[in-house]
Design a protein around this ligand. Sequence first.
Ligand code: ADP
Length: 168
Amino acid sequence: MRTVVYPGSFDPLTNGHLDLVIRAAKLFDRVIVAVAGNELKQPLFTLVERRDMVARAIAEIPNAEADSFSGLLVHYAAERGASAIIRGLRAVSDFEFEFQLALTNRSMNDTVETIFMMPKDQYTFLSSRIVKEVCRLGGDVSPFVPPFVKDILERRMRAQNDGGRLPN
Ligand code: ADP
């Protein structure tokens, strides 16, 4: 049984993330999409919200499941019996950080391989940060995220804008 962990913030999940899960599910027996709870950046969605979003988006992929973790990824991967970690490469700009991360993880546990995958061309420019920015500015995010994520994202943005509006 070959298990792979696909970690990330998924704040929110995009079609680029989903594209990678679908690809990984063809290569591995089990794909665990693991939402990281210990990132430095302040996420728009809570850990539970992000995990639920991932779970809903991958519900129809029988060998994929959603989970969350905190602490070191290599510890989590070993705990879940994973032989590999999937990371996405969109553009050259991702490379340097991902390279450092992969080698650091390998120095801590060299039994877990990092595998890089590329999404469909149309998703190579997509990031959660860009999707949030487009939505915040009133743009249509439907080409970038599943329809239910679009609804949740728009609702959260509206709530934030209402909360932050100055009184007349
Ligand atoms: P983001 O960079 O979008 O905020 P995450 O921290 O959730 O995303 O990313 C988790 C992993 O998924 C990283 O390896 C990242 O490079 C990859 N990833 C994110 N968006 C895409 C995409 N559009 N295509 C391929 N990989 C992606």
